[in-house]
Design a binder for this molecule. Structure first.
Ligand code: PMP
Length: 294
């Protein structure tokens, strides 16, 4: 991207478009002080916003659970997202939609924060190097367990990502880019920013949301594509053993899209290369992504 293009970029905050250098929030915003807020990561493919309504619905659901009122209607928020994409010339890109609790005092109570702030950033993202999409990626098991559902429900896509950050640090300390997180019962929950899938004897398995995963939008699309192609997709509690002995293993997410896993904790998974069903699903995913959206 040219320098000139960079300076034209605008960020939408509470109804106005700002140049990047002026796109700022208050140090008294509880999003900063307490990680109090919710967000979405959304992709645009071929100029259309992918699974837009599902992301908007999840944002409002997350907000409702943490008793955060988003100060605009879903329709006006969608219009604002579209405007921000258009302003930034986004065709194939990534949108970060953030709702913070807003400006308050230094105490924890959110009720002194008058109005939530809405931020829309439209940019690009490459979560993992391209080479890993072709050759497959290595992961480790994190020792940090996923948030207990009675602490912060993992279905809430909140601004408090420390749980995931700690697992990500474990991955990077082990010279890999991603970690698999388990729940307090020892079952697989998800990766730090992706959902987990394995294939065994031609059937796809993914942990149920209740195992402590975000209800991933890419996850839902992949299950739909699998079923449409005659592959059974089952939600089931998975253990570390199931992942080690899978024929194929892949992760899904808005940022990650679909990426094959070829090694976990030093054990080779399947053939040691992204498997045929993984590659087929990945291809069909992109076809669908570029031909849907709004
Ligand atoms: N789990 C976590 C913790 C995430 O942050 C994400 C999104 N990056 C996902 C799973 C994947 O969800 P989606 O497909 O909706 O992006």
């Amino acid at each position: 991207m040219t320098q000139e293009k960079q300076t034209e970029k605008k960020v939408w905050i509470d109804g106005k478009l700002f140049n990047i250098e002026d796109a700022k929030v208050s140090v008294f915003d509880h999003g900063l002080l307490y990680g109090d807020g919710v967000f979405e990561g959304i992709r645009s493919y071929s100029g259309r916003i992918f699974e837009f309504q599902a992301h908007i619905d999840r944002l409002y659901t997350s907000a409702r659970v943490i008793r955060l009122e988003i100060p605009m209607t879903p329709e006006s928020l969608k219009d604002a997202v579209k405007l921000t994409c258009k302003t930034n010339g986004i065709v194939d890109g990534y949108i970060r939609l953030v709702v913070t609790r807003g400006v308050g005092s230094l105490g924890i109570s959110p009720f002194g924060c008058k109005t939530a702030s809405v931020i829309i950033i439209a940019d690009s993202i490459k979560l993992y190097p391209q080479e890993l999409y072709e050759k497959g990626m290595k992961v480790i098991s994190a020792s940090t367990i996923r948030n207990h559902p009675q602490a912060i429900p993992p279905q809430v896509k909140s601004l408090n990502y420390l749980n995931n950050v700690l697992a990500k640090i474990e991955a990077i300390d082990s010279n890999v880019l991603e970690a698999i997180m388990y729940n307090s019962q020892g079952y697989v929950a998800e990766a730090t920013g992706d959902n987990v899938f394995i294939i065994k004897n031609g059937t796809i398995y993914t942990p149920p949301i209740q195992a402590g995963a975000l209800d991933g939008i890419t996850r839902a699309v992949i299950m739909k594509i699998a079923r449409e192609n005659g592959i059974e997709a089952i939600e089931k509690n998975l253990t570390r053993f199931d992942l080690y002995t899978a024929d194929e293993f892949f992760l899904t997410g808005t940022g990650a899209e679909v990426i094959g896993i070829i090694d976990m904790d030093g054990r080779k998974i399947g053939s040691g290369q992204p498997g045929p069903i993984t590659l087929m699903l990945r291809e069909k995913f992109f076809k669908y992504a570029h031909n849907s959206g709004e």
